[in-house]
Design a protein around this ligand. Sequence first.
Ligand SMILES: [Zn+2]
Length: 268
Amino acid sequence: MLDVIDLGYPEATCHLPLLNAECTVRCFTVGETTSLRTSNTFGVTLINNINETIYNCIQQKPDDLFDDYNKFRKVLPTKDRDALLYSILEASDELKQVIPMTCPNCSNTQELEVNLQDCFDAVLYDGEPGGILNEEEVYTFETPKVIINVTLKVPTLDRERRVLMAVKNIQAVDPLLLSSLYTIHKINFVDKRDNKDLGTIDANNFESLQIFLRRLKLKQLKDIDNHYVETLGRYGLSLKFSYVCNRCNQVNNDIPLDLIQFFFQAIV
Ligand SMILES: [Zn+2]
C-alpha cells in the first residue's frame, strides 16, 4: 500500500486579488500536469479539466465564499484562477519557466528563462470579500438615434464556460468580441427622441449579443473594452516581462504572459 501513502504536499498561501480572500494551495502532482498537458481535449472541456484540477489543489478554502466545486465555479473570477495557478506553481517549485517569445518586430522566436516572481504584479480589490461579484460598471454611448447603456461585470469561471459553450469555432472569433462577451452583463437601449426604454439584451442571450456587437463600429467596441480594462479589469495579477531580441536587438517591453494559456497551451 506504499503507493498510496500520504506524502504530505508542499503548500503556498494565495491571496485572491479580486475576491479579496485567502486560501492555501498544494503543489501539482506529476499525474495532474501530465494528464492536462497531454490530453486531446480543447475549448470548454479542457478549461473544465483545468478548473477542476486547480480546485483540487486548494487545501484551505475561504468557506464563506465557496465550499464546493459548483460554488467555486460560480464565484471565482477568471483572473483569480491566474492567482491560484501562480501559487500552485510556487508550491510546486516551478516559478522558473522557459518561455518561447516571438519578437513583434522581426518575428524571431527565442526561448527566455524567466522567473515569474520577477515579473509579478497585482492590483487588489479592497472592498469586502466577494464584493467584487456585485460591482457593476455602466458604460454609456450614443448613436444618432439611440442611447446605449452597457453594464459590465467581472467574468467568473461560470461565465467563461457559458461563453465557450455558446460560441462555435472560438478561434475564428475576434479576440475583442470574445472579451466583450465575457464582460458584458446586459445592454439597454433608450430612444433619444422621447427617452423611451426600448429594451435590454441579457448576457445569456448570446445570439442577440453577438449580432448586436458585430453591428457596432470597431471604435465603439474598443471603447467598451477599454472602459472595462480601466475600471473592473484593472484588478488581478499581471505577469509582464521585458527582453532584448537576440536577432534585431529591439527592446520588447511589458510583454504580458497569460499563465493559463502558457502553462496548459489552452486557448481561452
Ligand atoms: Zn526581433
